[in-house]
Design a protein around this ligand. Structure first.
Ligand SMILES: Nc1ncnc2c1ncn2[C@@H]1O[C@H](COP(=O)(O)OP(=O)(O)O)[C@@H](O)[C@H]1O
Ligand SMILES: [Mg+2]
Length: 289
């Protein structure tokens, strides 16, 4: 990654064990023909291929139950915790096949997930939750990363000794992102960071996501039901329905597309129909564009 816009003191992704040897920019992800089942019966991901290039913000959009979280769990190696299994397909991160790697190994490679619903250790303080994310680094590195987290989220500095379970939803989301940053990732996968938050808080969280990408060079995969918000900061987007990618394109292409506008941006207000059900929807567009 380029050092031009990044002051050394705040470069989260440059202090990891891998930073010294890295020539090429880190944070590329490729998912090819992925199929995931739960309990050997429910096919949550049917055939998904996506690509995220280093330095991009890519949005993964879809309604409830479409398979967004399952895809993120597969990428982060945590499917096994829920009896999910990759049946076929390949996931590679920075050229490494991580399809069968453990969650721990994937974190060490630089890919970190901020799970849906924050998943904090509620009885522990903000500081203690941040520590949980930084378990693979030394004390000096952790102190530097913590300073970056508090710079991004000054509110957390004020509340560092408070019990996380008593924080507001927005503050908990900040802790969840902060905890992920403590691992010094190059790639951040965020699962519905805006869920249940007030518009003004979403604004703050999104401003930070943008800074993580622009100032710190992190690659971001942003899972959202909130298509409008996500496309507002994304370079590229995929729309997933019932375990399949049904549309993809630049953020501008997605925002312009009549069907995407109707079904994901609520422009016409007709709501619940699916892109796959629209008669005039031309799947060929994907291959022609
Ligand atoms: N742990 C699980 N066990 C069984 N089925 C699951 C599990 N998690 C999710 N599913 C099913 O997989 C599908 C995709 O879910 P999910 O990935 O959570 O969707 P999304 O995040 O887009 O809302 C849904 O049909 C859901 O019911
Ligand atoms: Mg989900």
């Amino acid at each position: 990654m380029s050092a031009t816009s990044v002051p050394a003191e705040t470069a989260l992704s440059r202090d990891g064990p891998q930073a010294q040897t890295a020539q090429a920019r880190r944070g590329s992800l490729e998912v090819r023909n992925l199929q995931v089942v739960y309990g050997s019966a429910i096919e949550a991901i049917r055939d998904v291929s996506i690509e995220v290039e280093p330095g991009q913000i890519v949005a993964l959009l879809g309604s409830n139950g479409a398979g967004k979280s399952t895809l993120l769990k597969a990428i982060s190696g945590v499917l096994g915790e829920e009896e999910g299994k990759i049946e076929s397909g390949v996931i590679s991160y920075d050229g490494v096949d991580v399809t069968a790697r453990s969650a721990d190994e994937i974190v060490r490679l630089g890919l970190m997930q901020v799970p849906e619903g924050r998943r904090l250790f509620a009885p522990l303080s903000v500081d203690e939750n941040l520590d949980m994310g930084g378990y693979i680094a030394d004390t000096r590195t952790l102190a530097k990363r913590r300073a970056v987290v508090f710079e991004l989220f000054p509110r957390l500095a004020e509340r560092r000794r408070q019990i996380s379970g008593y924080l507001s939803g927005g503050e908990q989301q900040m802790v969840a992102i902060g905890r992920a940053l403590m691992a010094g990732p190059d790639f951040l996968a965020l699962d519905e960071p805006s869920l249940g938050l007030a518009p003004i808080v979403i604004e703050q969280i999104y401003a930070v996501i943008r800074r993580l990408n622009r100032d710190l060079g992190l690659t971001v995969l942003l899972v959202e039901q909130n298509a409008q918000r996500a496309l507002g900061i994304a370079n590229y987007g995929y729309i997933i329905e019932r375990g399949r990618i049904v549309f993809d394109g630049t953020a501008a292409q997605l925002e312009k597309n009549a069907d995407v506008r109707e079904f994901y941006l609520g422009v016409s207000g007709s709501g619940q129909k699916s892109l796959r059900d629209v008669k005039h929807y031309k799947r060929r567009k994907r291959w022609l564009s």
